[in-house]
Unconditional design. Structure first.
Length: 388
C-alpha cells in the first residue's frame, strides 16, 4: 500500500515538473537557509482593516532572498538580496505602514497595478462597438486602471508556504468604468536561483480589457542610497513606442538605434537621460514602453539586465509580456517618506513594468488586451538576482 502511494506521488511530482519545464520556467522549491534582514518594518504598523477586510504584512523567504508584502494593493514593501559583500540589501523602495500607503501621495509603490496598467487616451475606448469611459486621473488620460485602481484594493491573501503569497481580487462589473466582473489572481513566489516569480491570471464574465503588472520601484544599491543614474541598464529591445506630450503612444514602433533609447548594449541610466531629444523631453527622462522580441508564442523573453554600481547586485527581468515600461522616477519629488527613513527624491528608483503596450484598446496595430468570457488571462514575469 505504502509503495503504491509512493510511486503515485513520484509520477505526480515528475509530471508536474515537466509542465513547468514546458513553460520554460524555473522550478518552485523549498527554502534552503535563513538569513535575517535589518529592517524597521513592524507587523503592527500594517495590521488593520480597510472596507471591512483584514490588511497585513507578509514575509516570504527562500534562503537569502526575502520579501515583505502587504495585501493592501498587492504590494511589495521590500525585497532583500545579498550584495557583492554578502550584505542583505533592500532593493525595492516601500513605506513603513499601511496608513502611509493609504495617505500617498504616490499611489503605486510596489503595487499590483490593474485592471489596465499604463495609459488609456482620454480614458475612452470601445469594446465590440460599445464605448466605455474611465475618469481621467493623469492629466487628460486614464493611468493604471483609473483613480481607484487595484493598488487601492484589499486583496484576499493566502500563504500556502513561506515562499509563496497568493492574492485574489474580484473587481465588480463596471468598477472604474470597465465592463465585466474580473476575477484576478496574482501569485508571488520566491523560487530557486534567487528569483521572484509573479504569475498573473484572470477571468471575466463580459468581454473586457486587462493589462496587469507590478509597479515596484527598484534601487539596486538599496533604498535611500541616492539616485539610480549610475546603474548600468540593458534592455533587450530594438524598438520602442514613441509618445505625445501626454505620454500616449503615437502608434509607431520606432528603432532605438542611434537614439538615447538604445540600451541594447549596457549604458548607465544617467548617460543620456537629459539628452536634447523630444521623446526624452516628453517623459522628463525615460518613461517609455520598449517592444520585446518574441522568439515564440508564450515564451519567456529576457527583457532587461540592470547592475547596481555600488552594490554589484544584478537584476535580470524575464517576461511573457510583449512590452516593458522603463520609468526612471522623473516625477519623484521627495513627497513620500520611505521605510528606511529616506525620502523618495527624484530618480532614486526605476521601474521596469512588464506589460502590453500603453493605450492598447485604441491602437489596432498593438497586441490586444481584450479578455473574453471563457478565456483565461495568464502571464508570468520573473526577476532574478545575482552579483557581479
Ligand atoms: C508611468 C509614469 C507615472 C508612474 C506613476 C509609471 O508607470 O509611466 O508616468 O508617473 O507610473 O508612479
Amino acid at each position: 500500500m505504502y509503495s503504491i502511494a509512493f510511486f503515485v506521488a513520484i509520477i505526480l511530482f515528475a509530471s508536474c515538473k515537466e509542465t513547468k519545464k514546458e513553460e520554460g520556467m524555473k522550478e518552485d522549491t523549498a527554502p534552503k537557509s535563513e538569513t535575517t534582514v535589518e529592517t524597521n518594518l513592524k507587523e503592527s504598523d500594517f495590521d488593520t482593516e480597510i472596507d471591512g477586510k483584514p490588511v497585513k504584512l507578509y514575509w516570504l523567504k527562500n534562503g537569502d532572498l526575502q520579501m515583505a508584502m502587504t495585501n493592501y494593493g498587492g504590494r511589495i514593501v521590500g525585497l532583500w538580496t545579498p550584495d557583492k559583500n554578502g550584505k542583505m540589501t533592500d532593493v525595492v523602495i516601500g513605506r513603513g505602514s499601511t496608513q502611509a500607503y493609504v495617505d500617498g501621495p504616490e499611489a503605486y509603490f510596489g503595487a499590483t497595478v490593474g485592471r489596465v496598467g499604463n495609459r488609456i487616451a482620454k480614458g475612452k475606448f470601445k469594446i465590440e462597438g460599445k464605448e466605455y469611459s474611465i475618469k481621467p486621473n493623469n492629466n487628460a488620460n486614464a493611468l493604471h486602471g483609473g483613480e481607484n485602481g487595484f493598488q487601492d484594493k484589499v486583496w484576499e491573501a493566502n500563504q500556502p508556504n513561506d515562499y509563496t503569497l497568493e492574492l485574489q481580487y474580484v473587481s465588480p462589473d463596471g468598477e472604474e468604468g470597465f465592463p465585466g466582473e474580473l476575477d484576478a489572481k496574482v501569485t508571488y513566489s520566491l523560487i530557486d536561483d534567487h528569483t521572484l516569480k509573479i504569475k498573473y491570471e484572470a477571468t471575466t464574465d463580459k468581454t473586457t480589457v486587462v493589462n496587469l503588472t507590478n509597479h515596484s520601484y527598484f534601487n539596486l544599491n538599496g533604498e535611500g542610497s541616492g539616485t539610480i543614474l549610475d546603474h548600468k541598464m540593458q534592455i533587450f529591445a530594438d524598438k520602442f513606442t514613441p509618445v505625445d506630450e501626454g505620454l500616449i503612444p503615437i502608434g509607431e514602433l520606432r528603432a532605438v538605434e542611434g537614439t538615447p533609447f538604445d540600451f541594447t548594449s549596457p549604458h548607465t541610466i544617467g548617460e543620456r537621460i537629459d539628452a536634447d531629444n523630444e521623446q526624452i523631453k516628453f517623459g522628463g527622462g525615460y518613461d517609455h514602453n520598449y517592444v520585446l522580441g518574441s522568439k515564440r508564442e508564450n515564451a519567456m523573453n529576457h527583457a532587461a539586465k540592470v547592475i547596481g554600481d555600488k552594490s554589484g547586485i544584478v537584476m535580470d527581468v524575464y517576461t511573457k509580456e510583449p512590452g516593458v515600461q522603463f520609468y526612471t522616477g522623473n516625477f519623484m519629488s521627495a513627497k513620500n517618506s520611505l521605510k528606511s527613513g529616506a525620502r523618495d527624491d527624484k530618480r532614486t528608483a526605476f521601474c521596469l513594468e512588464t506589460q502590453h503596450f500603453p493605450d492598447a484598446p485604441n491602437q489596432p496595430d498593438f497586441p490586444s488586451i481584450e479578455l473574453k468570457p471563457g478565456d483565461t488571462y495568464h502571464t508570468v514575469t520573473e526577476y532574478t538576482f545575482s552579483v557581479k
